[in-house]
Structure formats: C-alpha cells, structure tokens
Design a protein around this ligand. Sequence first.
Ligand code: HEC
Ligand code: HEC
Length: 353
Amino acid sequence: MKLAFAFAAVLLLGACPRHDNTKTIEPANTKHDAQNRLLPDEDSGIGMLPPAAPVPAPAAGLPAAPDQAFVTPAAVALGELLFYEPRLSSTGKLSCASCHDPEHGYAGASPQPTALGKPNLRRAPTLVNLAWHKELGWDGRYASVVAQLAPHVRGQLGDELAAGVTRIAGVPIYRAHFERVGGAPSPELATTALAAFTLTRFAGDSPWDRAERKPDALPDVKAGYALFTGRAQCSVCHTPPLYTDLRYHRLGLVALHDEGRGRVDAKELGAFKTPTLRGATKRTGFFHDGSATTLDAAIDWHLTGGIGQGASRMMIDPALIKLSLTPAERAQLGAFVRALTAPIESSPPPVLP
Ligand code: HEC
Ligand code: HEC
C-alpha cells in the first residue's frame, strides 16, 4: 500500500514538471570541491569552447546600452544556442527562432500556434532594441525579459524551462557553456543566457543614421523625414531615436477580440505597444494581429485613420490622423521608413551541439 502511494507520488511529480523549477540538473559523476565549485579538470570542458565573442554594442544611432551586469559574452554565446534549440520545446520541434525569425527581424509574420498546438492571438513581435523596454509583451504586462521567460516558455514552447534544460544537460558542449556562464545547467542560467542574447539584438546603423547629419544625402528620404515628424505626425508615437515611444495606442485594429493593454489598465482597452520602425523592412507581417502583410499596407492603414475594421473614431487614438498625401509625398514617406533598416546581412544559424 505504502509502496503504491510512493509510486503514485513519483508519477505525479513526473507529470508536474513545475516542481523542478529551481533544481540544478547535473549528471551524477560531476566532481566538486569542498565549496561546491566544479573541479578544474577535464570535466568543466570550458577549454573545448572557442572564446566567446564580445557583447554586441548598440549600433550607430542608438542610445548607450543600459547597464545590465548579467549580459556577458559567455551568456550571449549560450543564449544564442538556446534561442535556436528545439529541445527546449515539448515536441522537440519548436524554438524561439521558429516564431521570432532572425531572418525577418526576429519577428513572426502572423500568429503561429504554440508547441502544444494552441492558437496564438498575437504574432511574435520583433525582438530588436528591447534593451530599452521597461515593459514586455504587446500589452506590456511583464516587467522584464527575465520575468517574462518562465511563463513564455511554458506557454509557447509547451514545457517548463527546467524540463528543457534537463533534456540538454548531458551534452558536454552545453555543460561547458553553462559552466562558463556560472555553474551546472539550470533553468536560472538558461534564463540569464536567453535574456542576454535577446537584449543584445540591436537594429541601428541604418542608411538614415548615416544620412541624417549630411545636408545633401538622400533628398527623398529627407523629405520623408520632414513628413514623418511634421504633417503626418508619425513621430508622436514612433519617436526617434528608437522610433517607438514605448507606450500603448489604439489604431482601430478591432477584428479580433483582444483587450491588449486593457489587461493591465482598463482605460487602455484595445491599445498595443508601439513597435519600433527600425528594422521594419525585414518583417513579413505587421501589427499585433499580423493583419497587414506588407510595410506599405501598414503605413496606409495609418493614413486612412485606422477605420478599415469598422472601429469608431472615438475608439481610435486622436494622434492617428487621416491624411491625404500626393503620390510623391507618399513615396517619400515610404522611402524614409525603409531607410530605417540596415541592408540585410544574413547570419547563419549556429550549429547546435
Ligand atoms: C509559438 C511562437 C513563439 C515562440 C516559440 C516564442 N515566442 Fe516570444 N513571443 C511570441 C508572441 C505571440 C509574443 C507576444 C506575446 C504577448 O504580447 O502577449 C512574444 C513576445 C516575446 C517577447 C516580448 C517582446 C516585446 O516587444 O515586448 C520576448 C522578449 C520574447 N517573446 C522572447 C522569446 C524567447 C526568448 C523565446 C524562446 C525561449 C520565445 N520568445 C519563443 C511568440 C513566440
Ligand atoms: C497614435 C500613435 C501612432 C501614430 C501617430 C503612428 N503610429 Fe504607427 N503604430 C502605432 C502602434 C501602436 C502600432 C502597433 C499597432 C498594433 O499592432 O496594434 C503601429 C504600427 C506601425 C507599423 C507596423 C510595425 C509592426 O512591426 O507591426 C508601421 C509600419 C507604422 N506603425 C508606421 C507608421 C507611420 C509611417 C506613421 C505616420 C503616418 C505612424 N505609424 C503613425 C502607433 C502609431
């Protein structure tokens, strides 16, 4: 009887991976000294890793990076591997990169189902320039990337981060990476590493950043900038130099029932965080619902005053104004927005250990 009870308890624990949340996962043969430090023999494996690249610095045109001590070269290097690692998902098929596609500005085209097959209401937003965000998610309900990761991994990858870490903890290269970040494989170090990688995806050094201070460069783009900051008042919300005010606005996107920022503050029902326009040319879907499939469609949505889904004017942010531009002006505005994206340099995904 007692045995059956113990057996059931083990089964229950196994079925409820949340219990593992804070546990450090180590193979049984790991050697430690009296202070519980890993012995510097071949077990640490750090020597088998190439040196970690320096932490990426914010590109030209961006403010200085906020001071975040946990963002180290070793953490970014491990974070990159984990970002592409499908073994973190319950099915072994989905990774962060599946939804936040690095080839397309770390963003998704349209809402994609989670690893457990549940539909998402929102598309994966871009992850560039998050270092300056004080609130995460389209509705800003998380206070930091670190705070967001545990629920996000559970919801999107369909498993506890601890369970995913257990699946890779036996891989020597991964053990060496974790050791270099701070110890044996654990969900805490995985969180640090994923956050460090995510917070160093910078989009800057765009053609506009180069032209801004040169009086004669790119005249059409300059004319577009004058419209953007003037008559079209885009910069009220897409404020330079990040081209987002990091606040929430209603653009009349009401086709789906999504309370948006209303989840946090009832007064802001239906409002969503202003996305940065830096790097926007790389994206293949626009708005939180992915309802605009081209950059031009997203721009035109604004110019018609956000009424395309039947929202009443009362519901729409007063800063979003209906505006008639001549074809030449419309082209200049588009040229300016496009000039906020650096030419595509593709970096191949890392080889996973
Ligand atoms: C199945 C798709 C999917 C996967 C997989 C996924 N995400 Fe997301 N991600 C989303 C969606 C959708 C949102 C928007 C959530 C919201 O607004 O509630 C989001 C939002 C975010 C944000 C907030 C960005 C912002 O602008 O505030 C961060 C950071 C993030 N994800 C990082 C990650 C990391 C790191 C991983 C891997 C551990 C990951 N995501 C895996 C779909 C995904
Ligand atoms: C009232 C604030 C506001 C103004 C003014 C505004 N925008 Fe936006 N913009 C937003 C918000 C908020 C979103 C995201 C809306 C959503 O997904 O629900 C957005 C989304 C976008 C997007 C899609 C980006 C993406 O990744 O989904 C583009 C492109 C864009 N705006 C360009 C412009 C241009 C060009 C102008 C000027 C004509 C402009 N915006 C004026 C607030 C504003």
